[in-house]
Design a protein around this ligand. Structure first.
Ligand code: MN
Length: 235
């Protein structure tokens, strides 16, 4: 069974026992239910360690979390920016590049799509308040496993092939979004307000979505297909 590496989140460090590395159970359950073997990857390794970690896995899942440091895409911090963890950014950018170099499939979720975009030369809006024009609610107040907005899928993309339909209903928990798409990537999904909700590379080995399918997949078989794609491509 394909081994899927999941780089861990870093806690804020305000806990009694100090900083921790962790992965929410939903991501693990989604990989297991799609037939993969999840392995949590701690970010505290050097370049040689990263290469060795990446040789151990068949695919990579980049999960949600705090904001990407805007210095990585050439911007000063603006008032809407949340907490940043430069060590996690550096680690995840390195593993994303290693996955691309080794031709291993990568699924990026929420922060994961943003990391992928920045790793390959794209830019973000630090906060939705900077987006020009009216927007939908992208930080939904309903339950996490309940769908919020629709995402329109672009024809002739990997994402459209995975779902086999023009529109999917997704949940939405993000305050940052892609501004400029990284070279070599295409937009594969948007909400009706024009916000970018999905990207993929032209080789169709790297896929990012701005929503949280791991929270939906228990009740929504359609969302399981994203994890099945990762595991089938890794196998
Ligand atoms: Mn959204």
């Amino acid at each position: 069974m394909p081994i899927i590496g999941i780089p861990a989140s870093i806690s804020t460090g305000r806990e009694v026992a100090g900083e921790r590395f962790f992965v929410s159970e939903n991501y693990i359950a989604a990989i297991v239910s799609a037939g993969g073997v999840p392995v949590i990857l701690p970010p505290a390794v050097d370049f040689g360690g990263i290469m060795q970690q990446m040789r151990m896995v068949h695919g990579l899942l980049l999960i949600g979390g705090y904001d990407v440091d805007p210095a990585l895409y050439g911007q000063e911090p603006l008032p809407g920016l949340g907490p940043v963890f430069p060590d996690r950014d550096a680690y995840e950018i390195a593993v994303a590049c290693a996955a691309a170099h080794q031709g291993k499939p990568l699924l990026g979720i929420c922060r994961g799509i943003q990391v992928v975009n920045v790793a390959f030369g794209g830019k973000l809006y630090q906060d939705l308040s900077q987006f020009p024009g009216p927007i939908l609610q992208h930080y939904q107040k309903g339950h996490r496993s309940a769908p919020g907005h629709n995402v329109e899928l672009r024809k002739e993309t990997l994402l459209r092939r995975i779902f086999g339909q023009e529109t999917v209903r997704t949940n939405s928990y993000h305050h940052q979004v892609i501004m400029d798409v990284a070279p070599g990537f295409v937009i594969n999904g948007r909400t009706s307000d024009g916000i970018i909700e999905g990207i993929e590379n032209k080789a169709a080995t790297i896929l990012g979505v701005q929503w949280h399918p791991e929270m939906l997949q228990k009740n929504d078989p359609l969302m399981r297909r994203l994890f099945s794609w990762l595991i089938d491509s890794a196998g």
